[in-house]
Design a protein around this ligand. Structure first.
Ligand SMILES: [Mn+2]
Length: 311
């Protein structure tokens, strides 16, 4: 054979890749409907949400799901005996600049996913997508632990326009209004990223937080903090804002704050939480492939997702 269909540099038939064990679902709407109807339960879903119309910075996070999925699929699989099944469902339909349509869609799909999957992985998008996901989870379970990796509180009170910096205050207000219990733990707060009144808002709304430098100086502190403040009777959701990661590792982000958490710290904290508490969902938000060094940043981000799924 002198000509091949594909350009190949490595011919290793045993080079098993992630995409070989993930179920790539073609007709996800029909698939989810039939699973729901038959009351079937499944392990893990992965779904993209390419929404970035709420960013005050440079748009681009809408492209993250595609890049991240492609990168993940090409990684090697170190263990063929996976006990869990993973479905990649595709991308939630978004209409850029139509927030009502898009958020209604996110809620509609999230509700279905909660009925079927034990763990759901949402790949954003800007941080505003976390709001419709959390509102749907709270509506179903009433109580929830939320662990956030973020340089920001996202408790801003803006006068006009849209911003990713308000998702948490919006969700907390929704939770209070409906008598739900949202127990918030933020890891990675940077002083230089938050005006004084947000520290006051954190206090006012009982948001427990650890500063970035405290975790950098003592990574075990984050685990002690989680054990202290988590409610063991609640399910847990994790939200990873990429701006909590040191720019040496990931700089594909609109608002970068230099010295910050290392990917290995985040991997260890997530792994501990996953093993000790009931994590029903996780999102990755605010990664922007249109700024920074994409190759480097994507490698580091994919590692976090790989270790959450396979190790
Ligand atoms: Mn942030």
């Amino acid at each position: 054979m002198y000509i091949e269909n594909e350009l190949k540099f490595l011919r290793d038939p045993k080079n098993s890749k992630i995409k070989d064990i993930i179920n790539i679902i073609k007709e996800a709407d029909i698939y989810l409907d039939s699973l729901e109807k038959e009351n079937r339960s499944k392990d893990i879903s992965i779904i993209g949400i390419g929404w970035d119309s709420n960013t005050a910075g440079k748009p681009g996070a809408r492209f993250t799901p595609k890049y991240l999925i492609n990168k993940l699929f090409e990684l090697s699989l170190h263990n063929l005996n996976l006990s869990k099944t993973i479905d990649f469902l595709g991308f939630i339909k978004v209409i850029i600049s139509n927030k009502d349509y898009t958020f209604t869609n996110i809620k509609y799909i999230t509700e279905k996913l909660l009925n079927i999957y034990k763990t759901n992985i949402f790949i954003g998008g800007d941080h505003s997508i976390t709001n419709p996901i959390l509102e749907t989870i709270l509506k179903k379970y009433s109580n929830l632990n939320l662990i956030v990796f973020d340089s920001h509180f996202d408790l801003r009170e803006i006068e006009e326009g849209v911003s990713g910096g308000t998702y948490l205050i919006d969700t907390i207000k929704y939770s209070i209004k409906n008598n739900f219990n949202l127990n918030v733990i933020i890891l990675g707060i940077k002083e230089s990223a938050n005006p004084y009144y947000l520290f006051e808002n954190a206090k006012k709304y009982n948001v427990n937080f650890l500063k970035s430098f405290d975790i950098i100086n003592n990574p075990n502190l984050a685990i002690e903090f989680i054990n202290k403040y988590i409610n063991k009777n609640y399910l847990t959701y994790i939200s990873i804002d990429i701006d909590s990661i040191d720019s040496t590792f990931i700089d594909c982000v609109n608002s970068s704050y230099g010295v910050n958490l290392k990917p290995i710290d985040i991997i260890n904290i997530i792994n501990y939480t996953k093993k000790n508490y009931n994590v029903i969902g996780i999102d990755i938000v605010e990664f922007n492939p249109l700024v920074g060094n994409l190759d480097k940043s994507l490698n580091n981000l994919t590692e976090i997702l790989y270790y959450f799924l396979f190790v």
